[in-house]
Design a protein around this ligand. Structure first.
Ligand code: MSP
Length: 678
């Protein structure tokens, strides 16, 4: 594609996020990847458009809002504010944020629908599914266990409702042909193979309207129907470009270059979406690029598992740049990866504080002390008296740069960073090898000393610019400390494969030592301060019911094993009478809120049958307050009240301790509050 002033265009999108819950680290990952790619493409000189947004319609959102006693739009507004806050904190450079409740979006959906309908690809039929009257929702048959719904354990029944259908079956052959002719349409290849197999098995027509709920875009021909949320949502990629208004943006940026998606939603993007577009006669996106999942010890990080990681406290503790670095370096793009706070801290301490940070301070200190804080002249191999071995960094540095450029282009971010960190290690070795501190003591070695320092500074300057898409702030800081001019993120390093690479700094430029670029994190202190336990494997902890007056957390996270406890289990045994002293009851959470100034704990209002209690629980890092309302939990109701952060806790919530992360204990079906648990 070219145009827009002759520059090649690049349009990248994230999925639009559901608003039934606040953003978690998994969502942040998708946006960080898109942001890094967009920043890289801008550095390459492309005319970039980067879109993100929110998916606000559908039954789930209607239900979540009802549970909170607010309208779906009010819920959406609340959650959208959290997304804006997060994107601001991570420095996302999206050009637009589409909400499916925007009028421009509804117009886009209707325009695509009209074109699809004009092709004869829509008809009225009946949708049959497993319906839960309690939740007023249809559930996929695969999720029904013993005739009950997966969310609340209500009984379900088979029900039919009138629905409009899209003739998806007509597109089986055209889709298969498209996959064959454009193998880059779905990446990585394993996902293309899965999608191909799925389509080869045959496609059923797709229900694209619903009557069981009303929170959606009204179906034009029948006001009792709203559009199925995926028909609505997928259209965002064109409605945001002003497709309905024939906007020049649409002309300029459609078709998209990359729809970035998690592996769970590849099918919607690689089967349904291209079929809708084919029917409407619109060009197809170039690539649906899929990434893996961030997992916790207990599986995929997701709202339904309740094991989500809130990125905001992590950003507050470690900074957005280091977190972005970790996400890209730790996950081999396309595959799953495990998230843990220790993993994050180790990466920060090893890669950022030790490797990059120490190299920077070492080099800048040496330039300061032995070259008055200015850049020594660059030497040219074969000219002058410098030994040829001095130039040991040049070739590997240019090689690392090229690997990094190709890897960014190909979404292999971990490889891009690993190539740069190889260069950092080489540069560290270069310093060790030439011992500039010793050279500085010998007047006759001055030229060599200058050469050694400048070679290292050049290598580090390439790293500074090349990390700009991932850690824009650290990149800028490093670049300016090295005496670099202007914005590192605007550098033309990636403009062409053969761009000017060695000698990007100017002789005589002033360098600046500064504080440490990446302070080391004291792991112990972090876990102590956050009252979390590092998730290193431990012997099983004895069951314990901590005294709320002394317990660090009001959640019954098992205490750390006492010395000798595991080896003398008899000492831990209690009689049934002793156990019966602990009164456990079911409770329903009726309200949950953060406590100002306390990041880790939530104040819960819990209906325990006989009365309503305030319970303070150390679960704020794992659970968003909104996700807790309506949940049935187990409460110890006869504990002495204890004050935590000024709030009196009148009970304790039971939770499992999975690697330091509390997971609330619950039931497989709904239980009235106040039921005895034993
Ligand atoms: N609303 C739909 C997308 C519609 S696009 C037209 C949706 N929303 S979502 O909020 O559930 O997920 C948005 C993205 O976050 C998806 O790409 C999903 O894969 C990603 N992630 C959600 N949990 C994740 C992890 N634990 N790890 C990595 N990404 C995850 O689906």
């Amino acid at each position: 594609m070219s145009g827009g002033g002759g520059r090649e265009r690049f349009y990248i999108t994230t999925p639009i996020y559901y608003v039934n819950d606040v953003p978690h680290l998994g969502h942040m990952y998708t946006t960080v990847v898109a942001d890094v790619s967009a920043r890289f493409q801008r550095m390459k000189g492309r005319d970039v458009r980067f879109l993100t947004g929110t998916d606000e319609h559908g039954q789930k959102i209607e239900q979540a809002a009802r549970r909170q006693g607010i309208t779906p739009k009010a819920l959406a507004d609340r959650v959208v504010a959290r997304y804006h806050e997060l994107w601001g904190k991570i420095g996302s450079t999206h050009d637009d944020f589409i909400r499916t409740t925007d009028e421009r979006h509804a117009r886009g959906v209707r325009k695509i629908f009209e074109r699809v309908k004009a092709q004869g690809d829509v008809y009225l039929g009946a949708y049959s599914g497993m319906y839960c009257a309690g939740c007023e929702a249809f559930y996929p048959e695969s999720q029904i266990v013993d005739g009950r719904c997966p969310d609340m354990g209500h009984p379900v029944e088979r029900l039919e409702e009138e629905s409009y259908f899209f003739r998806l079956s007509r597109f089986q052959e055209p889709l298969l042909r498209h996959y064959r002719e454009h193998p880059e349409f779905v990446r990585p290849e394993t996902r293309l193979n899965e999608v191909t197999r799925f389509v080869e098995m045959g496609l059923k027509d797709l229900s694209i309207s619903r009557t069981a709920f009303t929170w959606g875009i009204q179906y034009p021909d029948n006001p009792r129907h709203v559009f199925y949320v995926w028909f609505d949502a997928l259209c965002n990629y064109v409605s945001a470009l002003g497709y309905a208004e024939d906007s020049p943006l649409y002309e300029r940026f459609w078709p998209a270059d990359v729809h970035l998606v998690g592996k769970d939603i590849v099918r919607f993007h690689a089967v349904y979406w291209p079929a809708f577009l084919m029917s409407a006669g619109l060009p197809l996106p170039r690539t649906v690029w899929s990434h893996g999942w961030w997992l916790r010890a207990e599986g995929k990080m997701s709202k339904s598992t309740g094991n989500v990681v809130d990125p905001i406290p992590l950003i507050d503790s470690f900074g957005a740049g280091p977190l972005r670095y970790f996400l890209l370096r730790e996950m081999a793009f396309g595959q799953d990866a495990q998230f843990s706070e220790e993993g994050l801290i180790e990466r920060i301490n090893n890669d950022l504080a030790n490797d990059l940070g120490n190299l920077t301070s070492r080099l800048l200190t040496l330039i300061d002390s032995s070259w008055s804080g200015t850049l020594p002249p660059i030497a040219v191999p074969g000219r002058g008296r410098q030994p040829l071995e001095l130039f040991e960094l040049r070739e590997p540095a240019e090689g690392a740069l090229e690997s990094c450029r190709v890897a960014y282009e190909e979404f292999r971010f971990h490889e891009a960073l690993s190539a740069l960190w190889d260069l950092i290690s080489r540069t560290n070795r270069h310093i060790v090898r030439w011992e500039p501190w010793a050279l500085a003591k010998v007047a006759s070695k001055r030229e060599l000393l200058g050469g050694v320092l400048r070679e290292a500074a050049e290598a580090l300057a390439l790293v500074a610019v090349a990390i700009a898409p991932v850690m824009p702030e650290a990149s800028q800081e490093l670049w300016s400390r090295l005496g670099g001019e202007g914005r590192s993120g605007n550098h033309d390093l990636f403009l062409t494969p053969a761009g000017k690479r060695w000698g990007i700094l100017a002789t005589g430029a002033t360098t600046r030592r500064g504080d440490s670029l990446f302070p080391r994190i004291d792991k112990e202190a972090y876990f102590k301060e956050t009252s979390m336990e590092p998730s290193i494997p431990k012997p099983p902890a004895p069951p314990s019911v901590p005294d709320p007056a002394t317990a660090p957390q009001p959640v019954a996270a098992p205490a750390s094993p006492q010395p000798g406890a595991a080896s003398s289990p008899a000492a831990e045994l209690i009689s049934i009478e002793e156990f019966q002293k602990v009164r456990l009851r079911t409770g329903r959470i009726v309200a949950a809120e953060k406590i100002p100034g306390a990041d880790r704990i939530l104040k819960l209002t819990v209906d325990v049958g006989t009365d309503t209690r305030t319970v303070v629980a150390g679960i704020a890092l794992q659970y968003a307050p909104e996700s807790l309302v309506g949940r049935t939990v187990i409460i110890v109701v006869n504990l002495k009240p204890a004050k935590l952060r000024g709030v009196e806790s009148q009970g304790m919530l039971l939770a499992a301790d999975l690697g330091g992360a509390p997971i609330i204990a619950g039931f497989e079906r709904e239980i009235p509050p106040g039921s005895v648990v034993r």
